[in-house]
Design a protein around this ligand. Structure first.
Ligand code: HSE
Length: 307
């Protein structure tokens, strides 16, 4: 195979109680990319549509992830990359992760899969380092593995795929402001108290247990963030109202998607996810903020080839 066209899913990172360790892939929101082999060694971004982003290889997340891949590969040629962005940069649903994972996943396919999925996570993390200053894996891991993933450890990297309950749907609203992950990380405190830690890991354990046992009530009770949300939500207009309205409309839980400004909610069943979307939209219509809404089932396969 010389060329491949792919769908790269958007992702929700953190999922309330799992800052930097939990993430999930979405099914109906994502970018498209075309990757082709070239005889010339190197990574070349030949097309970038939909967003105003750098095309120089070393300033583009797909380029940087691709270079990390090439550095460990014995392939003598190179790759051209076309990126068709549907995910807005700075929206909080893994725009950079979609590009960096898409590049390395496709390159791996074109070379007959020399690398494991975990190794592709490592290459993609270089894209995240470029985008946010920190090589976090909570967006790139679910984009590559599909479904929910837990980063059990960063050193050594240990990614654990988590079960996805069949009836779970996500609603995501993106108020049209941009928040850079690097900025929203700077405002976080670097120490937490033992009391805060106890509450947070109680919820993280509860959420993982709820996902495996498909206990929707437990999932809902566990979607609580005592550490990051109280600080970051200040940057998101209408956050508290969106959250209150989502829960009133039947959502299991609601929180900030990644570093924001998007807000996500999980629901049991598509009908409830649609009611939640309406409740979220009503809040932003009332306060006059433009927004996009996505309703999606969970994507359990990750990046996929498209025709
Ligand atoms: N865990 C990262 C953060 C995700 O919250 O900064 C960024 O999408």
């Amino acid at each position: 195979m010389e060329e491949i066209k792919i769908f790269c899913p958007a992702t929700i990172a953190n999922i309330s109680c799992g800052f930097d360790v939990l993430g999930v892939a979405l099914d109906s929101v994502g970018d498209e990319m075309v990757i082709r082999k070239t005889s010339k060694k190197g990574i070349f971004i030949t097309k970038l549509e939909g967003q105003d982003l750098p095309m120089e290889t070393d300033r583009n997340v797909a380029g940087v992830a691709g270079l990390a891949f090439l550095a460990e590969s014995d392939y003598e040629g190179g790759f051209e990359i076309e990126i068709y962005k549907k995910i807005k940069a700075g929206s909080g649903i893994g725009s950079s992760a979609a590009s960096s994972t898409g590049a390395v996943w496709a390159m791996n396919e074109l070379l007959g899969r020399p690398f494991s999925t975990s190794k592709l996570v490592e290459f993609s993390m270089e894209g995240e380092r470029l985008a946010s200053g920190v090589a976090h894996a909570d967006n790139v891991a679910p984009a590559l593995f599909g479904g929910f993933t837990l980063v059990r450890s960063y050193a050594p990297l240990d990614i654990v795929p988590i079960n996805c309950p069949a009836e779970l749907f996500a609603t995501v609203i993106h108020p049209q402001i941009e928040i850079k992950t690097s900025d929203s990380r700077k405002i976080l405190k670097t120490n937490i108290t033992l009391k805060e830690g106890i509450k947070q890991w109680g919820n993280l354990g509860g959420l993982i247990a709820g996902l495996f046992t498909e206990d929707y009530d437990l999932i809902g009770r566990s979607l609580v963030d005592h550490i990051v949300e109280p600080i970051r939500s200040i940057l998101i207009p209408g956050f508290n109202d969106v959250k209150t309205s989502s829960l009133a409309a039947g959502a299991l839980g609601c929180g900030i998607s990644g570093s924001g400004p998007s807000i996500f909610a999980f629901s049991r069943g598509e009908a409830t996810a649609e009611k939640v979307a309406q409740a979220m939209k009503d809040v932003y219509q009332k306060i006059g903020i433009d927004h996009d809404v996505h309703i999606s089932k969970i994507n359990t396969e990750g990046i996929r080839e498209i025709k």
